[in-house]
Every structure is written in C-alpha cells, then in structure tokens.
Design a protein around this ligand. Structure first.
Ligand code: SF4
Length: 450
C-alpha cells in the first residue's frame, strides 16, 4: 500500500483503529503531524501568510494590507466567503505591490505611504499589515513602521510577520492569534467582573454559520460578545476579555489564542463543533451547563425537538446512500472528526480522511472512530489523495477549492466544505443541507457516464 508514497511521508500515513502506521506494521506509533511539509511533495497545505490572513480577514471593518508583491495579495483574496452584517471593507485586498526597486532599496517607505493612504481614505480603527516571503528576505522593519503609524494616526496598526516560508499554515494561525491578543489586551480590566456571555472562536461566518450558532445560543439565554473572527468588528472584539467562557470550534486555528486568553484574562475555554446532529447537540448542552440549570433545560429541549424533526429526514437519506464510501480532506482536525460522525449518521463509510493542520490529539480521535480499513493521513499531496481515493473506491470527496479538480478528474462526486460554500453546513439546518448536497452530488447520473 505504501510502495508509491515518498519514504519521508510514510510516518504521516496510518490506518484507523488498527493503530498500525503503514510501513511500520505492529507499531502503535502516533501519526506524524505538525511538521513542515516534505520538500518536493507538493503539499495541499497553504502558506503561513495564508493561515494568518484567513483567520483575520473576516474582521469586517479592519483594513488588511499585504506587504509584498501583488501575487500574495491575490492569494486567498476574498475566498473566505465570510458574510458581514455591516461593512464590506474586509473584502478588498490591498497590497504595497513591491517591485524590483523596492526589493533592492527596501519597502518601508512604500508601506508607510500605504498605511497613510488607507487611514485618509477609509478611517479604519485597525489596520493589519502582513509581511510576506520577500519582506522576510529583505528584512523591512515592519514592526517599526507599524509603531510609527500607530503614534501618528492614533489607531491600531498591527504587524503580522508571516513570510510564507517561515513555517506551516498552523504558524499563520498562531500569528493571527497573537495579532488578536495585541488588539484586545489593552482592553482587559483585571477588576471587571466577567459577563455571563461567551466568545465564539474559530468560526468564520461562511454562508452565515456564525449567525446560526449565535442564534441557537441566544435561544438558550447565552449571549455572545463577539465571534473570532466571523462577522466581527473592532468594537465587538475589544469586548472579548469580559466573556465568561470561550467556545473554540476550529481548534487548529484558535486553541493557542484560547489558551493565551485563559492565561491572561482567566477565561476558560471549551471545544465545540456545530457540524452534525451529535456534535451540535453535545456542544449546545455542554455550553449551556456552564450557564446553569435553566440554560441546560432549554438546551436539552431544543436539541430533542431538532433531533426528533431531523431523524426521519436522515433515515430517508440513509436508505439512498447505503453502501457508499466517502473521502475527507479538510483544513483542521475538528472538522474531519465531525464529518466522520456526520457520515456515520448518514450510513456512509469513510475510506480516507486527512487534514492540513491536524494535531496529535485530533488524529488520536480520528483513528479511534474510523475502522482499520480507513486511511488516515496528514498534510497530503495530490498523488497520495489520488492513490488512496482510487484504492478505497470512494464515491465522494469532501474538501476545499484545491481538492475539487482532483475529485472531478477522478470522476468522483465532490462536496465543498470550505471557503466557497454558499449554503450553511453548520447547526441543525446544516444537517439538512449537508445530507441533501451529499445525496445530490453522489447520486447524480453524471458519474455513470464517465
Ligand atoms: S507569502 Fe510567500 S508562499 Fe505565501 S503567497 Fe506570498 S510568496 Fe507565496
């Protein structure tokens, strides 16, 4: 099974509950992850800058300046699909457009002028400046330029030192978390009582999903101060240090920030996922428990109602999808885990599952909830995805924009569970949408003609 896999990649590929690393038969080794990609393996992973930008970009009234060549600014521009309740500023991509002369003589003046122009034209309360690969090479003092701009204009100008080559996409997530801490730290008042409210971390309001979850929480009597970062804005973010609890959905991007907030602001955090009936129900009940018996009662009632409404629908899809097999390749571990459970709800097996930035504890859970026949892999490349999808005879791939062409080339159905989705897949409404999309795509007659 592993003959055609690069030998440096073998330790990052394993099977399910059998807990045998491929090629290391008999060893109960953990899967190798959170490591730089293997050179030449053409990883599906995005770069450090991308990791930082996709986390910060949904802050709707922030001004995002990409300090680097224009190509970096187009990479991941507006791909989040994050919806906004006010303001569209974040959907633009601003660049200092560094050219050869800047690379020889330095780009600091150009950056200072770009910030000045942004402040004069748009009057933002916060500007994020992303340093990309070439800035890491030429060594512009981006920190100093941002510091000067803060003093000069009296707004927050926060550098995000994210040259693409300086680590993995996870490093970008950490940098985004640090940038958020720089933004909110000055607004922490140690003596202030926490408010009976949550922050919702690691949801980016794709197709309005943050709104759905926040509505559910309000139904339980649990308000949210802000989300980080879907449909957030400066004024909501600076309230974050007052929350009683942080809910962390996308753990890969937000656990570091949640830990930091726990350490500095004493806000406990709880991991949640609002994908699928099981995870949505458990997350609502666990969150409500934190806010007392009344909230818990409401959560139980709400979950029972929604589950009773949804199961008959799920049953019809189970009949239609019986015997089908899925492959999953997504950004973070939490989503992969929820998707495995969602496919189990629909009676669909999982032949392959992998992530770009999964953590060791994610892979432990994944390997415990899939069977020994399932291939589990970290930081895959297209050749591996193709190989295992063929070997496992999968009927559908769930992934993002980079995986879509691969599925179609193999004549396999595809479900977009990333930035480009246009309808919500979170919450109970998401259960309906997900089941419908999987069935529509997977059972389409077109696959029989290929
Ligand atoms: S930061 Fe580097 S790796 Fe990322 S898009 Fe720009 S040039 Fe490419």
């Amino acid at each position: 099974m592993v003959e055609s896999v690069l030998k440096e990649r073998v330790a990052s590929i394993a099977t399910g509950r059998g807990r045998k690393t491929l090629g290391c038969s008999g060893k109960a080794a953990g899967i190798e992850c959170e490591k730089p990609s293997v050179s030449g393996a053409v990883s599906q992973r995005a770069c450090v800058f991308c990791g930082a930008r996709v986390v910060l970009n949904p802050i709707t009234d922030a001004f995002h300046i990409i300090h680097g060549p224009i190509g970096c600014a187009s990479y991941t521009w507006d791909i989040r699909g994050s919806l906004t309740s006010k303001g569209e500023l974040y959907r633009n991509s601003y660049s200092t457009d560094l050219g050869e002369l800047d690379i020889v003589f330095g780009g600091e003046k150009r950056l200072a002028a770009a910030i000045e122009q942004a402040v004069e034209r748009e009057h933002p309360k916060v500007v994020f400046v992303y340093a990309t690969c070439i800035v890491g090479v030429i060594g512009d003092d981006v920190e100093a330029v941002c510091r000067d701009a803060e003093q000069r204009f009296g707004i927050r100008v926060i550098p995000v030192m994210a040259p693409g080559f300086s680590g993995t996409k996870s490093q970008g997530y950490r940098l985004a978390g640090e940038a958020i801490m720089r933004l909110i730290r000055p607004h922490y008042t140690p003596d202030a009582e926490p408010l009976a409210a949550v922050n919702f971390l690691g949801d980016f309001n794709l197709a309005g999903e943050t709104w759905i979850v926040r509505r559910y929480l309000e139904q339980l009597g649990v308000p949210s101060l802000t989300s980080i970062t879907g449909d957030s804005h400066y004024d909501s973010l600076i309230r974050a240090p007052r929350a009683a609890l942080n809910l962390v959905q996308c753990a890969g991007s937000m656990v570091a920030l949640a830990r930091q907030m726990q350490e500095e602001f004493h806000i406990p955090f709880q991991r949640v996922s609002f994908y699928g009936i099981e995870d949505t129900s458990n997350s609502l009940i666990e969150t409500a428990r934190h806010f007392g018996p009344e909230a818990t009662r409401r959560a139980r009632e709400f979950v029972e109602e929604e589950t009773a409404r949804l199961w008959p629908l799920v049953e019809t899809y189970r009949e239609r999808l019986a015997g089908k097999c899925a492959a999953i390749y997504v950004g973070g571990g939490f989503k992969a885990i929820s998707l495995i459970r969602q496919f189990a709800e629909l009676g669909v097996g999982v032949g392959m599952v992998g992530t770009q930035t999964g953590q060791p504890e994610d892979y432990e859970i994944i390997r415990d909830i899939v069977g020994p026949e399932t291939v589990v892999l970290d930081d895959a490349n297209p050749a591996e995805l193709e190989k295992f999808m063929r070997e496992q005879h999968v009927d559908i791939l769930v992934g993002g924009v980079k995986e879509r062409p691969l599925a179609y080339k193999l004549g396999v159905a595809f479900c977009d569970h990333n930035h480009e989705r246009k309808h919500p897949l979170a919450g109970f409404i998401g259960v309906e949408n997900f089941a419908r999309e999987i069935a529509d795509s997977l059972l389409s007659p077109v696959w029989r003609l290929l």
